[in-house]
Design a protein around this ligand. Structure first.
Ligand code: GTP
Ligand code: MG
Ligand code: ZN
Length: 309
């Protein structure tokens, strides 16, 4: 038995619901929010167009499978709040995945009204950002909202990602000027969110689009690109005496020298080595026998989709 759930599709002016045809299902390709799709006269999704950019992670749990999160986004806003959620190693991780997606990263630091160490945090973030724009916002006090709004032009699409409770949905509500999305308070014990948003959804704001996503519990790597996110270390690596230097005890190691001189932080090398290991492990698993799940789950949940004609 096949359950035909509906996807929400937009033609740029109005939204409608559309099921997908068996052909699309046979390719085991399901639309993700942001996809451009072809819709027949009968209002069925008959094709998903090739994705310009796609942000993916490995599905949660043990299964070796890709989970696309959003597609065809021009910018990905890595959202973090200026409280206990602020964690440099996690931001390095997000950045590595965003670079792999093909979209342009941006850091959004939320809840500026709560923190008095904003400048210190910006300095720490700048050390790993290498020119990635950083915007400080407060949806409560109307700080930085216009900076964010300036991205919403020329049909550009923004995807928001980050932990639960950092204020992604609140920021979109603020931009929309309505309470279109439900938001909820965070736990006072540890500043963690309650996973209020449970589905991805796209909103049109001005001349652009913005996609809300549920807060991520874990961001397991499907694939990553460290060339830009760890430009400093990768450049140093080229100066190491041995081309296969592990930056352990080898002589002539430019990376270790940089740590000793204080130019590079030990924790940053640790983040880098860990991410490299994870990326490599996943590549090995994908290339060697670990089969992709072939069973297709035919029960869809209605996800908002868009079509441009
Ligand atoms: N002080 C302060 N609180 C904020 C701000 N923005 C959001 N919050 C609060 O933070 C809590 C979580 O906000 P949400 O927008 O639901 O967070 P979210 O990132 O969408 O969370 P998930 O949907 O669970 O991923 C709510 O209580 C918001 O009112 C802000 O700028 N300042
Ligand atoms: Mg939310
Ligand atoms: Zn080295």
């Amino acid at each position: 038995m096949v359950f035909k759930d509906l996807y929400r599709v937009s033609d740029g002016e109005k939204d409608f619901n559309a099921p997908i045809t068996g052909n699309v299902i046979k390719n085991s390709d399901f639309p993700v929010v942001g996809d451009y799709v072809e819709v027949s006269d009968e209002k069925q999704i008959t094709e998903i167009y090739k994705r310009k950019t796609v942000l993916s992670r490995k599905v949660a749990g043990k299964e070796i499978k890709e989970q696309p999160i959003v597609s065809n986004v021009d910018y990905i806003f890595i959202v973090t709040s200026l409280n206990k959620d602020f964690n440099i190693a996690r931001l390095e991780r997000y950045l590595t995945i965003v670079y792999e997606s093909g979209a342009n990263p941006c850091f959004i630091l939320t809840k500026a009204d709560l923190d008095d160490e904003v400048n210190e945090k910006i300095v720490r973030l700048e050390e790993i950002a290498f020119g990635v724009p950083i915007h400080v916002v407060s949806s409560y006090e109307d700080v930085g909202i216009d900076e964010v709004r300036s991205y919403l032009k020329d049909g550009k699409t923004i995807g928001l990602i980050g932990s639960s409770g950092v204020g992604k949905s609140t920021l979109i509500n603020k931009l929309l000027g309505t309470e279109a999305i439900k938001t909820e308070g965070i736990r006072i014990t540890d500043d963690k969110g309650k996973h209020t948003t449970t589905r991805r959804e796209m909103f049109k704001i001005g001349d652009g689009y913005i996609i809300d996503t549920p807060g991520m519990r874990e961001l397991q790597i499907w694939s990553g690109n460290t060339t830009s996110s760890f430009k400093d270390i990768e450049e140093l690596t080229r100066l190491c005496k041995f081309s296969d230097c592990t930056h352990g005890n080898e002589p002539g190691c430019a990376v270790r020298n940089a740590i000793e001189s204080g130019e590079l932080k030990e924790e940053r090398l640790a983040s880098y080595s860990k991410l490299k290991r994870e990326i490599k492990n996943m590549e090995n698993k994908i290339n060697h026998g670990h089969k992709f799940a072939t069973s297709i789950n035919l029960r869809f949940t209605g996800i908002a989709e868009r079509q441009r004609v």
